[in-house]
Design a binder for this molecule. Structure first.
Ligand SMILES: *[C@@H]1O[C@H](CO)[C@@H](O)[C@H](O)[C@H]1NC(C)=O
Ligand SMILES: *[C@@H]1O[C@H](CO)[C@@H](O)[C@H](O)[C@H]1NC(C)=O
Length: 323
């Protein structure tokens, strides 16, 4: 009991100290088991959302070297948003899936009452062989996306999120220090703003920080969970889910968030650390366990994949929904 309350206080301190040095839409480390949303709410600030009736388009840029397995895991994650592809075989019908997890997003509506689309579509994937080196600033992430669009490698798309996913040997400003990923927007060809995001593979830089609960974060006594795919990619999936939800609900810093606009807690980051029911600091909540591998997860995806997805703030029920 005493240990639990100590962890609780630590988590609160970490929450506030990290929040004060982060910026737009960061995926903070998953150390917080207690949602600040319990103390105040994620509110709508009246600005535009990615709320076109068409699916939200996703473009992926693999920055640096990823293995085939890493790429197929994350590609399958995006493909899983289409419920026709999620593995709901008869024996699994009624089970949690990635597409079901995303359903909560449709409760987020813009000023005109338009909900965010319940469909996400992976449109194009490209690679980049370290064109900016292995130590990059956040502004360079924006410039990379601009360059890929202006050279027609990727189309310009205002109903999309452009993801830059960096390999484990790439250091990105603030990544692994105060952030596990972020989203922002940038002007393209002076015509309009596109939304982009960054998530890095933390496996060799800060796995306990960005890939918890698959790596220990609460000290030497903590036993990490077994990852269904791999520690690095399953950590990336959690952070991709976090920044994707933040990007569509708060694309221009005036959508849905809690707290200050320079350090917002958003749709998923407001529920950080919670993955299943009964979560508390150091415990992600009750999850499913694969009997053959002992891997912990909470959602099924395309091609028989198992994933771990973070809880999402439900603006109607005013609570954090688990899958
Ligand atoms: C979902 O997948 C089905 C079957 O592959 C396809 O017909 C449909 O167009 C997809 N929907 C979206 C939004 O991509
Ligand atoms: C799963 O966990 C059980 C109990 O801790 C252990 O006996 C078994 O060897 C584990 N299986 C695998 C595949 O790691």
């Amino acid at each position: 009991m005493e240990k639990k309350s100590l962890l609780f206080s630590l988590a609160i301190i970490v929450t506030f100290s990290l929040a004060s040095c982060s910026s737009q839409g960061d995926a903070l480390p998953n150390k917080k088991g207690t949602s600040p949303a319990q103390f105040s709410q994620v509110r709508y600030h009246g600005g535009p959302l990615l709320a076109k009736p068409s699916p939200i388009n996703v473009y992926l840029i693999w920055y640096g070297a990823f293995t085939r397995k890493e790429r197929s895991t994350i590609t399958d994650f995006f493909v899983s948003f289409n419920s026709s592809n999620s593995s709901t075989t008869d024996s699994k019908r009624g089970q949690p899936t990635v597409s079901k997890w995303w359903k909560t997003i449709q409760s987020y509506k813009d000023k005109s009452g338009h909900p965010i689309s319940g469909s996400v579509r992976l449109v194009k994937i490209i690679g980049d062989k370290y064109s900016l080196g292995k130590n990059i600033k956040r502004i360079q992430i924006a410039q990379l996306v601009e360059k890929k669009i202006e050279s027609n490698t990727l189309p310009v798309d205002y109903n999309a999120v452009y993801f830059v996913l960096t390999a484990k040997d790439v250091a990105v400003e603030r990544f692994c220090i105060s952030s596990c990923g972020f989203h922002d927007n940038t002007n393209i060809l002076t015509k309009g703003k596109v939304v982009f995001a960054h998530v890095g593979d933390s496996s060799s830089q800060c796995r306990g920080f960005c890939a918890w609960p698959y790596a220990p974060n609460y000290g030497p006594l903590e036993k990490p969970l077994v990852a269904p795919n791999s520690v690095g990619t399953d950590g990336m999936v959690v952070n991709i889910a976090t920044v994707l939800a933040g990007a569509v609900t708060n694309p221009f810093r005036n959508g849905y968030y809690q707290g200050y606009d320079h350090a917002p807690l958003e749709a998923v980051s407001a529920c950080a650390g919670k993955f299943g029911n009964g979560a508390y600091p150091g415990f992600p909540g009750k999850l499913l366990v694969d009997r053959a591998t002992n891997a912990s997860y909470n959602a099924y995806g395309a091609n028989g994949r198992k994933f771990l997805l973070p809880a999402m703030w439900d603006p109607v029920r005013l609570s954090c929904n688990v899958v």
